[in-house]
Design a protein around this ligand. Structure first.
Ligand SMILES: Nc1ncnc2c1ncn2[C@@H]1O[C@H](COP(=O)(O)OP(=O)(O)OP(=O)(O)O)[C@@H](O)[C@H]1O
Ligand SMILES: [Mg+2]
Length: 445
């Protein structure tokens, strides 16, 4: 049996097969007992009939001495069930019943039961072995009765098998319902939700699995927390020394007259800036992965997006084409998380998009946020990996590959589907990011 066979299927089939086999075994055993008992009763009746007929036949026949082959009244008027012959000591037939065929009785005068291929015969004698009577009963009759008894025993199996299959299937389905809920609860767990799974209502047999899963979740949660707090702390601790170093470098640069030294200091300054940016992004990632992407109250996200686009537009005027809805977009997405998300997406579009080409940022009435820019096609295999940390596709722009990982952590934490497309919808090339800022109820990983 394959290892991933359905428990429901194997138990239902196995148990039904088991019950059916037991029933069959029971029916066969009962059938054999019934056959034995029936044969005994039939034999008893045959013997009784012979013992009753014989005195009557003798009395009658001696009354009609000369009427040798007279058919005397039969036991059943038209269709004789039992037939008999009366013979003398030498085996001469003295009398026979109406339908009696002397052939089936043979020559033998042995007292007791005997069988021919078609009849069961009982022979007995009277008048000190001067007169013999052999009564024959067709075996066909017994077989018919036996067949009826066998059918009566086996017939319930026809109903029993499907009913038991359905019954077992239903009971298992009912019992496994809690396990299915448990399975969904595990599926819902992810980086954003590592809370223990409910196990109170689970069947006893599954409790050890639930305990092990919860233990594993707890260990995972602690490990992730340690990793996040380490990242957040280091990024936070680096902030001040980096800012101080940058300020000092900028001061030295401003006072030095040596052009070559100035260039070298500018290199150091740019490295420090990118280091400081990277530590900012690490901090953002740690926060995004730590959860909190959903807020208790809905917030209007339109002014936040307007403000962010305004910030970027001051650095790169005229590049961003912003489309906003006429009304508010009230969403449960945390405003800080939304700001981080939007900043990263717009920054990417400006940074990785074709130089000086417009970037479209639109927030629609239904909450769809779309950021589209022109650029060369990103290969599908690269596209699938971009949301991982430190992964970058073909780009000459600076960066550390954390922006999309931050966006992915926020959207996952909020239960929002994030779509990365290249080419952009309706275009030959370009890059498009699409998501809906209205979180689904119940977050995914
Ligand atoms: N709007 C975009 N257009 C074209 N390529 C993009 C776009 N956004 C992301 N990419 C590709 O995806 C890669 C990963 O993006 P991500 O934001 O994670 O990192 P980054 O922008 O390179 O660095 P960081 O965001 O950490 O400064 C980018 O290096 C780039 O190759
Ligand atoms: Mg980026």
């Amino acid at each position: 049996m394959s290892t991933n066979t359905s428990l429901k299927k194997s138990l239902s089939i196995g148990l039904t097969l088991g019950v059916s086999l037991l029933w069959l075994f029971d029916a066969i055993t009962s059938g054999l007992v019934v056959q034995k008992e029936m044969n005994e009763s039939f034999d008893k009746a045959l013997k009784k009939s012979a013992q009753h007929i014989l005195p009557l036949v003798i009395t009658d026949s001696f009354k009609q001495q000369n009427n040798d082959k007279l058919g005397i009244p039969t036991l059943e008027n038209d269709d004789e069930y039992l037939t008999y012959v009366v013979k003398d000591q030498q085996g001469n037939v003295l009398l026979r019943s109406k339908d009696a065929n002397p052939q089936i009785f043979g020559e033998d005068l042995k007292i007791g039961f005997s069988n021919t291929s078609t009849h069961r015969i009982y022979t007995t004698s009277a008048l000190e072995h001067h007169v013999y009577i052999a009564v024959a009963e067709p075996l066909e009759h017994r077989e018919e009765d036996l067949m009826e008894a066998a059918i009566a025993l086996l017939l319930p199996l026809l109903f029993l098998a499907p009913i038991s299959l359905l019954g077992i299937w239903w009971i298992i389905r009912l019992s496994l319902r809690k396990v299915v809920i448990f399975q969904h609860a595990i599926e819902e767990r992810g980086a954003g939700n590592l809370s223990p799974v409910e196990m109170e209502k689970l069947p006893k047999e599954f409790k050890p699995i639930a305990v092990a899963v919860n233990r594993l979740l707890e260990r995972l949660r602690r490990t992730l927390e340690a990793e996040r707090s380490f990242t957040a702390n280091s990024a936070h601790e680096l902030r001040t020394p980096l800012a101080t170093a940058l300020a000092k470098v900028q001061r030295i640069k401003s006072i030095t007259q040596d052009e070559q030294l100035k260039r070298q200091i500018a290199d150091v300054e740019s490295s420090l800036k990118s280091l400081s940016k990277q530590s900012e992004k690490l901090l953002e990632l740690a926060k995004a992965e730590g959860g909190g992407a959903i807020s208790q109250q809905p917030h209007n996200l339109v002014p936040i997006l307007k403000m962010i686009v305004g910030d970027f537009s001051r650095q790169t005027p005229e590049r961003i084409k912003l489309t906003l809805p006429t009304g508010d977009i009230n969403s449960l997405l945390d405003p800080d998380a939304f700001a981080i998300l939007a900043r990263n997406l717009i920054e990417n579009a400006l940074k990785h998009g074709r130089a000086n080409r417009p970037v479209e940022v639109s927030l629609l009435e239904d909450g769809t946020l779309r950021v589209v820019n022109e650029c060369d096609l990103v290969a599908p295999q690269d596209l699938a990996l971009l949301r991982n940390r430190f992964v970058r596709a073909n780009t000459t722009a600076s960066g550390s590959g954390l922006g999309l990982a931050i966006v992915d952590a926020i959207t996952s934490g909020a239960g929002i589907a994030l779509q990365l497309k290249s080419p952009a919808a309706g275009k030959q090339d370009g890059f498009e990011v699409e998501l809906n800022v209205n979180p689904r109820t119940g977050s995914s990983d």
